[in-house]
Design a protein. Structure first.
Length: 52
């Protein structure tokens, strides 16, 4: 079950990065220092994807 859930979440994240028109503001909000480490990590991944 864990691997299925993880794969589903990864697919969602990739689709979000590719198709979301507001991914930059979302990435900035998620990368704030007030967020948990895992949330900040995802926010930084979004921003890295946009820059590349």
């Amino acid at each position: 079950m864990y691997s299925t859930l993880k794969m589903s979440l990864m697919a969602f994240c990739e689709e979000f990065k590719e198709k979301c028109p507001i991914c930059v503001p979302c990435g900035l909000k998620l990368a704030e220092k007030t967020q948990t480490a895992i949330v900040r990590h995802f926010g930084l991944q979004i921003l890295e994807h946009v820059v590349k």
